[in-house]
Design a protein around this ligand. Sequence first.
Ligand code: S3P
Length: 438
Amino acid sequence: MPSHRFHGSKPLRGSLRVPGDKSISHRALMFSALAVGQSTVSGLLEGEDVMATAAAMRAMGASIKHSDDGVWHIHGVGVGGLLEPAQALDMGNSGTSTRLLMGIIASHGIRATFTGDASLSGRPMGRVIDPLSMMGANFESSEGGKLPLMMRGALPAVPIEYRLSVASAQVKSAVLLAGLNTPGTTTVIEPVPTRDHTERMLSGFGAKLEIEELNGERAIHIHGEADLQAQHVTVPGDPSSAAFFIVAALIIEGSDLVIENVGLNPTRAGLVQVLREMGGSIEEMNSREIGGEPVADLRVRHSQLNGIDVDPAIAPSMIDEFPVLFVAASLAKGTTRTSGLEELRVKESDRLTAMASALSAAGANVDETEDGLVIKGTSGGRLLGTTSEPVTTHLDHRIAMSMAVAGLASRDGVEVDDTSPIATSFPNFMELLEGAGE
Ligand code: S3P
């Protein structure tokens, strides 16, 4: 368990490029593995979570290779062509791999066992087991709908119309992916929009997908059985990884940092909007489209942030960015109130409790409520930092990186108990951080 002390930082300057988007990388591998022919993926995130997806797709028959120029070559088996994996699929820490693959397998006539680390084994899978059972798949899960679990896909599966009861792109995607090999039309209705990478990329691979607005809700129809055609995918930089550098540059005096190639899909860009509302200077430069996704370079300058009440309606478009927003709020002038964030309790850790206790230990003024945090900021003054015990990351990469950023804005530094989870989503985080400090 490598612990690390993150010391108060000099201004962040120059430019850097964050790795590929995690959500898009998972989907690029999965859809390429389900396509007919040879796909290529450039800019793939080579983090542990995405590698868990690669290993699972290989175990089910796809050929996935990495060439020296950094491009990945995937030879797909075609929708319906997955083989039964000989061994349990080890999903590590990755909820996205687990839930999306459960969807894919649900309409293949194969069995699979899913295992994961302690964090993943504590997360609820009932939210995907329910709709996929309605489509005909069978599940034997551990108590409470958790991993390890065994499933058997249905062939043919039955198309359903399913209204999401939690705003979750993973649940939406699981049902749509099950719909790929299901005869007829499978429909997902989402009352609140969540990240739409699955819809965008499936259309790019040639799936027949229709999206309509129905009484303020989004209905997504997928027509099976689908034929996916091999594609060349370019993955944009991950806004959820850029988030740590955006906040760091905003709160560290004298900073002026350019973060290149950041994905700005509107279903992901909530943090930028909230930080601007707080007074953050974030300029979009060189706006363009990469792989069907809006992308820009972001110039971020140190700014005095003001506390705000964050509208809970924006939560799905920044669901992974709350831990680092809490760090920004800790340095803001006045009080920041967040609510409607129950979902944060079932991420890689309970992110409300984990961040409340870690930030308090670092000297921030934080109150935890049932569904959010209330944070009184220091008006730009540095946090004191941790003196005795290190803060606990609970196998959660985003807690580790958020508290690293808190450390940069502290007087005495913040000791993080375990930095190893950072490798799940951002393998070169420490290196970039060292390079960005003037
Ligand atoms: C993801 C969806 C979100 C997000 C996760 C990645 C995806 O999870 O938190 O990091 O790639 O679909 P939920 O679907 O649980 O909100």
